[in-house]
Design a protein around this ligand. Structure first.
Ligand code: PBG
Length: 329
């Protein structure tokens, strides 16, 4: 009698793993290909496509080049892009951000003119537009002034909506911003403009490469007085609750990889769509390992996006969106 007979082994989960077809038959999680969002960085100029050193495979585009990129993205089935403006001229109050002819506004108009079906999401924050690199107006103490920043965000959100942005995505972490933006949009006739809130956004080291891409590193201090402490999960539930009460349509958890528990928590807490942001550092560390031949990039990306989905994300914002969809379609 062998060991299996002695212990009467009756549960044999391996039966369901016996072949590719069997595994596909019983697969529980599939990434929502319609829910992948490709971020795009928009810079001034014409015919500009500049690779970002810290993010292999990602570039910054002028408006005309971004439109060409969007055509490619739409052709492979991408349904939404997330725009970041990276202006040359910055000042203390981010005035380039509420300029009706600013980068995000111009890019949105140009994209919508040729690809009206492609959803345009605009990241709404000031750090790319301020000369000090913080996400709002600085007060006498050198901290970000919450309520004055709210006015700025509301004003900018209206110019985004006027340009045709489908979804504004505030990523600044000021208190009360969702309510302020919702009221401003509604008051200006934009009750149809959707808000995707960066609800639980952490002060993370994983934004490192983005700060090179968006030229938005703070000139002094850090973002810990407004972005969340990575140790706090209950506080994420509170931020989510507040944003829902203030009128958010979609909730986001950011970053994704070290915060999968909070994707799940958010999914279980509310019945709104949940997004996660697979951020720049998560992208770059995988790319770097793959370039060294230390990891199989395709398998690792599949595993990550499946993991975010299994955790509860309906929408995944990822710099891998284009490559992933190309492979899948
Ligand atoms: C703007 C913003 C940041 C990211 C998205 N929006 C940077 C930050 O908060 O410092 C990070 C995205 C990424 O790392 O891919 N506030």
């Amino acid at each position: 009698m062998n060991i299996a007979e002695r212990f009467a082994l009756t549960e044999r989960p391996r039966r369901l793993r016996s072949s590719p077809a069997m595994r596909a038959l019983v697969r529980e999680t599939r990434v929502n290909l319609d829910g992948l969002v490709q971020p795009l960085f928009i810079v001034p100029g014409r015919d500009v496509k500049t690779p970002i050193g810290s993010m292999p495979g990602v570039s910054r585009y002028s408006v005309d080049a971004a439109v060409r990129e969007c055509r490619e993205l739409a052709a492979i089935g991408i349904r939404a892009v997330l725009l970041f403006g990276v202006p040359d001229d910055k000042d203390a109050v981010a005035s380039g951000n509420y300029d009706p002819n600013g980068l995000v506004q111009s890019a949105t108009r140009a994209i919508k003119a040729v690809l009206p079906q492609l959803l345009v999401i605009a990241d709404l924050c000031n750090c790319e537009y301020t000369d000090h690199g913080h996400c709002g107006i600085i007060d006498e103490r050198g901290d970000v002034d919450n309520d004055r920043t709210l006015d700025l965000l509301a004003r900018t959100a209206i110019t985004y909506a006027q340009a045709g942005v489908d979804i504004v995505a505030p990523s600044d972490m000021m208190d009360g911003r969702i309510g302020a933006i919702r009221r401003a949009l509604d008051g200006d006739g934009f009750s149809g403009t959707t808000i995707m809130s960066y609800a639980a956004k952490y002060a993370s080291a994983f934004y490192g490469p983005f700060r090179e891409a968006a030229d938005s590193a703070p000139a002094f201090g850090d973002r810990r007085t407004y972005q969340m402490d990575p140790a706090n999960g209950r506080e994420a539930a509170r931020e989510v609750r507040l944003d829902v009460a203030e009128g958010a349509d979609i909730l986001m958890v950011k970053p994704a990889l070290a915060y999968m528990d909070l994707i799940r928590q958010t999914r279980e807490q509310i019945d709104l769509p949940v997004a996660c942001y697979n951020v720049s550092g998560e992208y770059s560390m995988l790319k770097a390992a793959a370039e060294h031949g230390w990891i199989d990039e395709e398998r690792a990306v599949d595993e990550l996006l499946t993991g975010f989905t299994r955790a509860g994300a309906d929408i995944i914002i990822t710099y891998f969106a284009k490559e992933y969809l190309k492979r899948r379609s």
